[in-house]
Design a protein around this ligand. Structure first.
Ligand SMILES: [Fe+2]
Ligand SMILES: [Fe+2]
Length: 267
């Protein structure tokens, strides 16, 4: 899609101008002077990220309900509720980034169809609810944090760094919802959730590996698009260095899960 096509899709300005103006440094001449093709690649990347962030807000509505059902600590439930707003704010931020790279107001990102894993094999409704929390927070948000950290690490342009830093600081908090839940999870759920770690890990990592990214290049790295190898490294390192020891620390020791992570985490 060209820059022009992206901007001509009935733009209506739903991208949280006041907030993003505070967050993002002003547009600069470097971006204005970038080749049209590169700006389009970056605009499309942020535009599709905006759509994804909006869908994650729906996932957090499911997580918040699940935590309420499980009578989780009120602070954990409240943080999950706040994450719904955070993800909408992320969508607005990504939308603004698309406009910055486009050099014009981007059309609103599309509404993606929402569905979440139903876990039909879960032994009870409580186990199913806990799986929503663990899948979204312990796995997905931890991988999101690793992915964004790799992007931030690659980025040298102030605009990309500002946006990535804001996203990353929230995703870390969203992962904490999962870790706090694991630490306080009712004992009756522990054995079930331990058995689910391997299938959850495989399914979640597979999705992250399927992420569509533009071909790497030094110019894109400056704007926060690292080479695929660096993302893979960040994901596997988060799996081995955060998720595996984290679940063990919470008292969920799954040898098959730890072995899978150690043996290359094939998906
Ligand atoms: Fe987000
Ligand atoms: Fe998040």
């Amino acid at each position: 899609m060209s820059c022009q096509a992206l901007s001509s899709l009935s733009a209506n300005g739903r991208w949280g101008g006041a907030m993003t103006q505070r967050t993002l440094p002003p547009a600069d001449e470097e971006i204005a002077a970038m080749p049209d093709e590169q700006r389009t690649v970056l605009a499309r990347l942020w535009w599709s990220q905006a759509a994804t962030e909006r869908r994650v807000a729906q996932s957090f509505a499911v997580v918040e309900r699940a935590l309420s059902t499980l009578e989780a600590d009120a602070g954990i439930v409240a943080t999950a509720g706040r994450a719904i707003d955070d993800e909408h704010r992320h969508a607005a931020l990504c939308q603004a980034m698309a406009s910055r790279y486009l050099g014009a107001e981007a059309a609103p990102a599309p509404e993606l169809p929402f569905s979440h894993p139903r876990h039909p094999a879960a032994r009870s409704e409580d186990v199913r609810a806990a799986l929503y929390v663990v899948g979204q927070c312990v796995f997905n948000e931890t991988f999101a944090s690793a992915y964004l950290a790799a992007c931030l690490d690659a980025a040298t342009h102030p605009l990309a760094r500002a946006a990535l830093r804001e996203l990353l600081s929230d995703e870390i908090d969203h992962a904490r919802v999962g870790w706090a839940f694991l630490a306080t999870m009712p004992g009756a759920l522990r054995a079930d959730i331990t058995d689910w770690l391997l299938p959850l890990g495989i399914a979640n990592l597979r999705e992250w590996r399927a992420l569509t990214l533009p071909a790497p290049g030094a110019d894109l790295e400056r704007h926060g698009v690292p080479a695929r190898g660096r993302i893979e490294e960040a994901l596997v390192s988060a799996l081995r260095g955060v998720v595996v020891p984290g679940v063990a620390h919470a008292g969920l020791r799954s040898a098959p899960f730890a072995q899978w992570a150690e043996n290359g985490a094939r998906t």
